[in-house]
Design a protein around this ligand. Sequence first.
Ligand SMILES: N[C@@H](CCC(=O)N[C@@H](CS)C(=O)NCC(=O)O)C(=O)O
Length: 218
Amino acid sequence: MSEFVIYGIPGSPYVRAALLGLEEKGCDWRLHALPFGAHKSPEHLARHPFGRIPVMDHGDFRLYEVQAILRYLDRVVPEPRLTPRDPRAEARMNQICGITDWYFMPQVSAPISFQRLVAPKFGLPVDEARLAAAIPQAEISVAEIGRVLGDQQFMAGDDLTIADLMLAPQLTTFAMTSEGRTIVQRYPNLVSWVERMNARPSMMATTWEKVTEMAKAA
Ligand SMILES: N[C@@H](CCC(=O)N[C@@H](CS)C(=O)NCC(=O)O)C(=O)O
């Protein structure tokens, strides 16, 4: 099987979600690291006209959008399976993927986690007013994710699925911020899920530090 190549910037939660899928499947992959801001360069816009990361190459097949990447990966590398067979569990997986893309990313990760953890690393100003205004929506997102998780081990049941891989880079990072820690701690089931996810070899292999080291070594 051809190697998978991921174009992205170390630290991006969407890049990490793609890498998690590759790690969970035990695939050979390589990061084509881009410097901060290079996702808007003509070279990258030729790969991804919307100027986002990641982009994946698998042989002569190029794909962007992390849900599409993870679903493709689950088809071409069937084991371990990351999509439930049960229709309702699959629907829950899809629901969490949608919540991650439509609510958690724009309403929690961008206004809170990015400001607290990413902006300072790149010398960007922190917009405290935007951050404070995002707290009520963050509380809704976290409460709803906690409700969906219930007493299951993973977001769509007792097996790891694409939903966990989509959400983990964002929710575990949010839980590292002071605001996120306070909110997540209200839900012991989510605290356990965060610990369970952080303990997975795939998560440990794709921390910001590890991916930055890989980018430097490439
Ligand atoms: N729906 C896209 C979202 C990707 C995304 O938003 N990636 C962020 C990095 S985590 C990005 O490229 N941000 C650059 C920007 O918003 O200009 C996907 O699944 O790939």
